[in-house]
Ligand binder design. Structure first.
Ligand SMILES: *[C@@H]1O[C@H](CO)[C@@H](O)[C@H](O)[C@H]1NC(C)=O
Ligand SMILES: *[C@@H]1O[C@H](CO)[C@@H](O)[C@H](O)[C@H]1NC(C)=O
Length: 355
């Protein structure tokens, strides 16, 4: 999620770069094999809901609801998302049981919590089992987090603390160009915790600290992956799979100007990442592999998250047999100021699981 006040038409007319693969990554192994890793298919098909969640008519003047993070516990979906308007970004929390109830979910704005007012965006929620605390990771100009012992209590989120007390790490300063530092994401294995972020300029970064030290001690980042700016833009998610492998998703800007997702797998959070479905012809999720229940309300399959169901701890385990992704989409004819675009939230459900 990009925080600036530029114009949407700049994105629509973004240079059409070839959809090339990261240097040094051999996807032919995956493409030629009939044995995809971790029960994941090498081609993906989805069915989408309509737009289910948008701004309320509640006087706040919010233009878009964006960047959802979602978990399903005890039959309740818990969602945290960005609220976007010309004046800037903050966060909202809501819950619902069935997807059909999502349009009527009550909004709890997190500027009412100690988490506070001002720029906060692109949240990620997880239960950090060693601390018996919920963590909400988000961007506030740095990589920030708040904690809460009870996810059901939106007033319980603490004031922001940052992962990089010295400010933007040098390697990001050196590579960010005209981009923005966005979309922080934490995932841990049994020994260490890793913090991913993007620079809207073709770099995906990764830092790490030990499980014992988390949330302190984040290392200087390394470049986890690098590609053309549009092909490796932002909104990275990393999940663990039941066989111990990892799935990486990164949002790209398509040659048609619309957003879509690429995917990779690896044996370790440190990589190396092998392409799974990561081209416009064979995307993870893009307008050309998503069918709609009803109107085709969006051509962008943009910033979102796979529903974590059951296990919601720092290992971010997902079930490859039942993938449902909450995403942001938008009326393709909408335009105007970037922060005031009318993003809405919907779901895509995976149609052709390999298991
Ligand atoms: C889920 O249900 C269990 C058992 O009733 C309860 O202990 C737990 O607190 C619930 N979790 C949440 C997040 O509400
Ligand atoms: C949402 O609320 C409106 C107004 O209260 C009601 O008319 C509508 O049926 C509700 N929709 C759902 C899906 O519950």
């Amino acid at each position: 999620m990009r925080p600036s006040a530029l114009f949407a038409c700049l994105w629509a007319s973004a240079t059409a770069l070839p959809s090339s693969l990261p240097a040094g990554r051999d996807v032919s192994i995956v493409q030629l094999s009939n044995q995809p890793p971790s029960d994941l298919p090498t081609t993906w098909q989805w069915t989408s809901t309509g737009p289910l969640v948008g701004p309320k008519n509640d006087g706040r003047g919010i233009a878009g609801i964006k960047d959802p993070t979602i978990i399903l516990i005890n039959g309740t979906h818990h969602v945290f998302a960005s609220t976007a308007q010309s004046a800037g970004y903050n966060l909202v929390y809501f819950t619902f049981a069935d997807w059909a109830d999502a349009p009527n979910a009550t909004f709890y704005y997190l500027d009412q919590a100690p988490l506070g007012t001002g720029y906060r965006a692109a949240p990620q929620v997880f239960w950090f089992a060693p601390h018996k605390l919920w963590y909400l990771v988000y961007q506030n100009g740095n990589a920030a987090y708040s904690t809460n012992p009870d996810i059901n209590n939106p007033k319980g989120w603490t004031a922001p603390k940052v992962f990089y007390p010295d400010g933007m790490p040098k390697i990001i300063e050196q590579n960010i160009g005209e981009g923005y530092w966005v979309d922080m994401w934490v995932i841990c294995d049994s020994a260490s915790c890793h913090l991913f972020s993007s620079d809207d300029n073709g770099q995906l970064y990764r830092s790490e600290t030990s499980l014992e030290q988390f949330p302190n001690g984040m290392s200087q980042p390394v470049i986890a992956m690098q590609d053309n700016r549009n092909d490796l833009f932002e909104a990275a998610c990393v999940y663990s799979l039941p066989d111990g492998k990892y799935l990486l998703l990164v949002e790209a800007i398509g040659t048609d100007g619309h957003r879509w997702f690429r995917s990779w797998t690896a044996d370790s959070i440190r990589g190396p990442w092998q392409g799974l479905a990561n081209t416009e012809q064979n995307p993870w999720a893009r307008s050309n592999n998503v069918q709609f229940d009803g109107d085709v309300w969006t051509k962008s399959i943009s910033h979102g998250e796979i529903i974590r169901d059951g296990t919601v701890d720092e290992k971010l385990l997902i079930d490859p047999c039942n993938i449902r992704f909450m995403y942001q989409g938008m009326d393709p004819s909408a335009g105007g100021e970037y922060n005031a675009l009318p993003w809405r939230l919907g779901f895509i459900a995976h149609n052709n699981p390999a298991c």
